[in-house]
Design a protein. Sequence first.
Lengths: 197, 572
Amino acid sequence: MASQADSTSIELLRVGEPLAPLVVSMTTYKGVRYLDIRRYYFDKTSKTTKPTPKGVALKEDEFLSVIGFLSGEFAELKKLFTNNLVPEEMNTRAHRKESLARNKIKNDVADMHATYEKWRGPNFFMADISKKKIELKFNDQNKVIAQIKQDELSGSEVLERLLHSYALAKKSIDSPTKITPEATLDYLEVAWNNFLR
Amino acid sequence: MGVKPFASGQAFESLRDSDFDSCSALGEVIDNSIQADAENIRINFDLRGRDTIDRVTFVDDGHGMSKDILQNCLRMGWSSRYNDRTGIGRFGVGMTLGAIHECRRVDVYSKVDGGEWSHTYLDLDEIADADYRDIDWEIPAPTKKAPDAEAGAIKNLPKDHGTVVIWSKYDRNRDKPAVLIEEFRSWLGRTFRYFIWNESLDGGKTPLRKNGLNIFLNGQEIKTIDPLYIRPEKSEFPDDPKSTEYDEMVWDWPISDPVLAESLGSDSAKIRVRLSILPEVWRDTKGMGGKADAKKRGIDLNEGFSFLRHGREVGYDWIPHFRFMSEEKDRFWGCEIHFEPILDRAFVVKNIKRGAVPTPELKKLIGEQIGPWIYRQRELISEHWNNKANAPKPGEKDPTGGGGHRRSEKIAEKAGVPAKVDPAIDPAKAQDEAAEFAGKGKSDEVALWKAKFQSQPFTIGEMGWPGSTFVDIHYMGGSDALFYNNRHKFFEVLSSIKSEIKKGENLETNSERLTVLIDMLLIAYAKSESTLNTTDGLTTADAIDHLKNNWGQFLKTYIATWQEEYDDGISS
């Protein structure tokens, strides 16, 4: 069996859904280089994506033959996906295209506008996501936010305090409860504010 | 020997029960006139007595039909624009299917520029008779005949070119004619509003058509009905205040048919979403949408999304199985979703152009993108109602609360519970701060609050603020103030219970609800107290903050669960 030192991999392209992407990489195994095209899956334990057996590792000569064929016949091959679709194929294709379009719109980064205000609520920030431009408000009633506003903390201190309080807040939420995702987010915001001090 | 695929008479009789309603059936003729670039469309209902429609006449000054087109215009499935995705037509069934949904005979007269009037017709009685005799009935070849030759005088007959459609043998009166005519008047004003305004569909300056459109129903000009309330100028009430319009959303959506996509050179098309909220004057208090003035403006019917296909409204309703249910407040905002016919599949547009139901993915997208906006509008509407309900009456010096709160304040004053005053608090500064908070910076309200703080040891006020705290306490060195967050579910539910009790409704249920509400309040407190940990090393102030914050949050969750699981009738 080859040791890990026998094998290296450089990722070149990742497409498709983040939790089940298709990854193109240049791998080396026992001194031979391959162009590897492979489906990955999300491993819940390590919280990373890992390769599945579904894929192919092309040797240099195989790669050149396949890519030569694909580029020469690109237009005709493209048509194979759309020619004479039966209604079921048409519906499935439409559903997938719509799903991709929805995800693209969802993931478009919205513009943001941030201001400092004072309110007596239990949250150190509020984000109005109902508008095209997200309006983010920071509550300078919170001592740490007031310090940030006055530039009394360095960038690393701000980051450390935010992440530390976030970790404590996350820890404080009872795990498997019946509360809705919306309420969980509310709890997290309240607890985050409580620990940011 | 072969047989005909269907018996025409019976087939036509079956087709009469298509999914039109009367307005959308009548509207098919208007669509054709618009496609023919008509600038003026006149519709007249002739009645026989009060309860019977004798005939409906449609007159337009569009470019008219050549004899060839005229002969075919009543053929089911034939269209000079079949599958055309640039205008509001496409299917080639509307002219006949719409007519036979309502009546048994349709006559069409048309004249092109420089030509003469020609006529053809379709008559279900003649088709049935031919069927009975087992002979084929054919749509007659157009003959030279002016519309007023047989049909009697036609008002405003165009001189140069145009089309006249007459529906007679009207046998599908569902409502009294007067009811249908009024319903049709509103329907025309809504459905064709963009054509009457001649407004650009891409947000630019290119008008929708070369010229605007005028529609007259029984001689009266149709006024627009705009669910966004941003263009009152051609409505019945041109001087009405306008809504506030929000940023438009534009989405690229895939064209599902690859053949169409290739012919267009693009695999996606734009969906535009326009959003607005009505001026406060039309949503000032709860229940206002049902008042006479609001009804005249169609606000009482305004609950949902308006789908516009190339500027023509094809659907207006709540989206079936949307991510949440509609509620009363939804009549006070407007949402238009614009798309071009190239995206018909994504909106499941039927050949009768009635109703639009987004595909599941599109429905999800609408929920994700517009849902938070709808929630926000509901909050703003509630907040305005609550502020209005708590505002001082004219001449009243009390800035908020009133009624029960005043009594509670007096009790607090009389009870003389000993108070420990924190010497670190500067009473004047603390009162200024609290008054500023309560008066939202408005100088007259701030002054009223200050006067109130100074006149009594304990003040109770109601106002709305975001977040899950439901009470806010201001310690002001001896005169304290307690503010209720009327945006919190607790007070929304309390207000709903109070309102029903005042009207004498559901007394027994509401008495039970009050018990549950008080239980929820105390359970949430107990739960919040239990989360405080003595080993956390919190200062007293921080511990109080934690207790208060969690109390509000837990209370919100408990009440939401109560509403969802046990009492969905209780609402704000």
